[in-house]
Design a protein around this ligand. Structure first.
Ligand code: SF4
Length: 406
């Protein structure tokens, strides 16, 4: 049976205790209130969850150490989707630092910038990896920071956005390369920026660059759906047609509020597709993927990519083995419309480009090592397709078990 959309009036007990008043008064629906009430430390999140989420003191201390080593942030409306008593809760492991993030082997198993984005910059914030495409990184800020983020390196040093002069230089650099036909605005999350700022950027790109495709990469429909309001849509309208790649990882995230935001985007002519990440213990079951695909179909969103977890420092424990990922996507065939089956993709290390995990670029497999030919240079690139070597999502629960009854 298809997973139901979460009724908009449902708050779990911990959220009711903390935010019941704001929910009843309607403040909850104000994206500014949501941003102002983000939780930005492990301690703040765990204190708020209270006895609904019990971890052993040593595990809690390890989580706080992991949180202190990088940024933490979650909006109330996203955290309220968590069900702390669910052993496979898919929300908390996406926002709560896992002690495994600090493990020495984990640290040594990835790199901060596996795709050499910083080397491929043609102007501040503009990465030109594919001849016809540019990635335009406007900010390093996201209202909710995902533990599996491929740009965790950007969280250091405070949150910022490009200045007017930097935007001008970036648009000029794109306009000077007529081979660029496709621009993806990303970050961080561009839709967390002021609407007038976003409007100015998309209008400048449309006016000064000859583009076939203008895309936004944003998790706002998932983590801050009330942000998709009339003010923002008015700013985006002059740049139509726009495409939006969003990032739902689990059916639990396709709430009534998210579905309403997606309907508003569709009504404004924005084409929305989903790019999830395959995450160990979060969405690596066949039913997880089927439920997500069906929920997205009902919300009018096409499943586009499911990303193999990138080899980023601090993320390895969330990685599903590549062979398992291929098997999982294969298992969906015949069970749901092709519109709802994403392509499993691997971003080749070193900036070799994106390939379909089981597509024609797969040349060889030796155990957990998968060898692909790069779509950019034709060279063969080996990918470590092994599973994360730690507890996976929510390894704190292992800590709870080890510590015995609390
Ligand atoms: S929304 Fe995207 S860019 Fe922001 S933290 Fe999550 S994965 Fe990273």
């Amino acid at each position: 049976m298809a997973a139901p959309l979460l009724p908009p009036t449902t708050l779990p007990p911990f959220a009711q205790r903390a935010w019941g008043g704001a929910f009843a008064s309607g403040e909850w629906q104000d994206w500014r209130w949501q941003l102002a009430h983000r939780l930005t430390s492990v301690r703040a999140i765990l204190d708020l969850l209270g006895d609904d989420f019990r971890v052993a003191p040593d595990v809690r201390a390890a989580m706080e150490r992991a949180g202190a080593a990088s940024e933490v942030s979650v909006t109330p409306c996203y955290l309220a989707l968590a069900r702390p008593d669910d052993p496979r809760d898919p929300i908390l492991p996406q926002v709560l630092p896992d002690p495994a993030e600090l493990d020495a082997a984990e640290q040594g198993s990835g790199v901060p910038d596996p795709f050499r984005e910083e080397e491929l910059e043609i102007a501040k914030g503009v990465v030109n990896r594919y001849p016809d495409r540019a990635l335009f990184l406007l900010t390093n800020f996201c209202s909710t920071l995902c533990r599996h983020c491929m740009r965790r390196r950007e969280w250091e040093g405070g949150f910022t956005r490009l200045s007017d002069a930097e935007i001008d230089a970036a648009v000029a650099a794109i306009a000077a390369r007529p081979a660029i036909r496709d621009v993806l605005l990303s970050g961080g999350d561009p839709l967390n920026l002021p609407p007038s700022y976003v409007g100015k950027v998309v209008r400048a790109l449309r006016e000064r660059c000859d583009l076939d495709l203008l895309r936004l990469g944003s998790r706002v429909p998932v983590t801050l759906p009330m942000r998709i309001d009339d003010e923002l849509l008015r700013e985006l309208a002059p740049a139509a047609p726009l495409w939006l790649n969003t990032h739902f990882n689990h059916a639990r995230e396709v709430t009534a509020e998210a579905a309403a935001a997606l309907r508003r985007l569709a009504a404004a002519g924005v084409v929305v597709s989903n790019q999830g990440v395959l995450l160990r213990g979060i969405n690596d079951g066949e039913s997880d993927q089927l439920d997500l695909s069906r929920a997205l179909l009902r919300a009018g969103v096409r499943a586009y990519y499911l990303h193999h977890c990138d080899p980023v420092q601090g993320v390895r424990h969330l990685r599903v083995g590549l062979a398992r990922g291929i098997e999982l996507i294969g298992s969906l065939q015949g069970k749901v419309s092709g519109l709802a089956i994403p392509r499993l993709t691997v971003d080749l290390p070193g900036g070799g480009g994106k390939v379909q995990a089981d597509g024609p670029q797969l040349r060889e497999r030796r155990g957990d090592t998968f060898v692909y030919s790069s779509p950019l240079c034709g060279e063969r690139v080996a990918v470590d397709g092994s599973e994360g070597s730690f507890g996976g999502a929510g390894s704190w629960r292992v800590g709870v078990a080890a510590a015995g009854p609390l």
